[in-house]
Design a protein around this ligand. Structure first.
Ligand SMILES: C[S@@+](CC[C@H](N)C(=O)[O-])C[C@H]1O[C@@H](n2cnc3c(N)ncnc32)[C@H](O)[C@@H]1O
Length: 495
């Protein structure tokens, strides 16, 4: 692969792709949903059959998506005005006589805001191949989950740490005025440069470890899908191993990213953390944050026991656990986790906002399903936390968020239905739920139009139900704080 030569062929390659409609919408239309689904499942036969009806687009499908051996004259027609010779010289294609095949993975993707072409190394989906240490991974589940969970409000400057094929940087280019991307892997930076050029996006690309290439600089937004695999401190593959022990890469990112956030700047990171016997994972993550200057929202999306965790990553590395050498790796890995008292590995999103106040952390499980994008919620969450910091809830007025409902669950009993639980349920965002008793449910109902302050409502309710107002305030105030953080109840006046 030759970066300069690859960059020099981007213009004619883009022209060929545009002429043949090598884009996500056309692929879906041309293949049809069933065959397109077969492509996602890495089943080549239906795709190959359907591609024969697609003319030159079909050639591109077989060449880049199935990594088939293709006749050079067919490829020449599909890639014109780019010549096969130039594509081979740049390292995009390999040639063997009259047969050519893809040497890189090059596929259209819809990452919000229209079609993009992304270049990465080929994986073994359709043709067995070795994964080199500097393998540049394509867009996977983790990449897409971060993409969907990233705030996309317009910002000035954006940094993508560990850019790989450049997918987060390309996404950033749709909402940031200036994008910088870094990677320790030179090959990744080269391919990210090609991804950017193919999409006519300007990205500042820098080689180096973590924040070294941008020392002394700050950004309005930072995104990172770092190599967060929890294992021994060694690098098997740069795309997944940081060389730091256990959850050291997440600790490094979370503890150092704040230094590079401009005032009010946001970070959206993927991270993992170990669950150690006798330690709360929340305290572990909290210990990575500076004491001052950060609002942090950490959501744990999943937790795996060591066996499941190691097995999953063994499969990701195409290691057959029935092979004795692979079994030894798995055993060594499990021993290492056991020696550190690791009972599980948590995984999720970390959102940070730079403030000038003492650090505020909310770390919580978010393992239930929801469909709204988390990025917008993170921005709203930070606004609500700031509002709480600046206001006394007892004198404030509130309203119930439009999608919040009160649910009551009844179970059959000897004398009919018995209410076993009542909870407030937000129908939007992360679909949070909070259990409430009848008195607190009435308090929230009383917020109604937002005409009375919380303190006044508590006084009225206490008098009506003959309970002590101060005692009621002691349970109501923390509940209202939690309901505001989770967006079930909002300040009546704009935040
Ligand atoms: C999981 S991949 C993510 C790639 C891409 N950002 C995405 O979302 O698909 C992690 C990336 O971090 C890079 N990386 C590994 N160690 C690094 C380090 N010390 N500093 C910067 N980048 C590093 C790898 O080369 C790889 O490209």
């Amino acid at each position: 692969m030759n970066r300069d030569k690859l960059l020099s062929i981007c213009l004619p390659l883009r022209e060929a792709f545009i002429r043949n409609h090598y884009d996500t919408d056309t692929l879906l239309d041309a293949l049809g949903p069933e065959v397109h689904a077969a492509l996602s499942r890495n089943e080549p036969v239906p795709v190959r059959r359907a591609s024969t009806r697609c003319g030159e687009l079909g050639t591109l499908i077989r060449l880049f998506l199935l990594t088939d051996d293709c006749p050079a004259d067919e490829v020449a027609a599909a890639l014109a005005p780019l010549s096969v010779e130039d594509a081979v010289a740049a390292g995009l294609l390999d040639a063997d006589g009259d047969i050519v095949r893809a040497a890189l993975d090059l596929r259209p993707m819809d990452i919000g805001g229209g079609n993009r072409w992304v270049v990465s190394d080929l994986d073994g989906s359709f043709r067995p191949r070795e994964t080199s240490v500097d393998h540049v991974i394509g867009v996977g589940h983790a990449s897409l989950s971060l993409l969907l969970a990233t705030p996309t409000a317009p910002v000035g400057t954006l940094l993508d740490v560990g850019t790989g094929c450049g997918i987060q940087a390309l996404h950033g280019a749709s909402y940031a005025a200036a994008v910088t991307a870094t990677d320790i892997n030179v090959r990744a930076v080269d391919l990210a440069a090609v991804s950017a050029a193919l999409n006519e996006e300007e990205v500042e690309l820098l080689v180096g470890s973590w924040f070294d290439p941008i020392q002394g600089r700050t950004f309005d937004q930072i995104v990172a899908n770092p190599p967060f695999v929890v294992s021994r401190p060694r690098v098997g593959h740069t795309y997944r191993d940081s060389g730091l022990d256990l959850d050291g890469s997440s600790k490094l990112m979370i503890s150092r990213v704040a230094d590079h956030l401009a005032p009010g700047g946001i970070a959206a990171l993927l991270a993992s953390w170990i669950h150690v016997a006798g330690e709360d994972w929340r305290s572990r993550v909290a210990s990575w944050l500076p004491a001052h200057g950060i609002d942090a929202w950490v959501v744990q999306r999943d937790r795996a026991d060591p066996e499941l965790y190691v097995g999953t990553w063994m499969r990701d590395g195409d290691l057959d656990i029935h092979d004795p050498a692979s079994a030894a790796i798995a055993g060594d890995w499990l021993d290492h986790l056991a020696s550190a008292n690791v009972e599980g590995v948590g995984f999720g999103f970390v959102y940070l906002r730079r403030t000038d106040a003492p650090t505020d952390l909310m770390a919580e499980d978010l393992t239930h399903g929801f469909s709204d994008p988390l990025g917008a919620e993170a921005l709203a969450y930070f606004d609500r936390v700031q509002w709480l910091r600046e206001h006394d809830v007892l004198t404030a007025r509130f309203r119930v968020e439009e999608s919040t409902a009160l649910e009551r669950v009844f179970l059959p009993g000897d004398n009919g239905w018995n209410q076993v639980v009542a909870r407030l349920h937000r129908g939007s965002g992360p679909a949070w739920q909070h259990e409430v008793d009848d008195l607190l449910a009435s308090l929230v109902a009383g917020m109604g139009s937002g005409s009375l302050g919380l303190g006044e409502l508590i006084e009225l309710l206490a008098a009506a139900h003959d309970v002590d107002a101060e005692a009621l305030a002691q349970t109501a105030v923390p509940l209202v704080h939690s309901l505001v953080r989770h967006g079930l109840v909002l300040p009546a006046e704009p935040a």
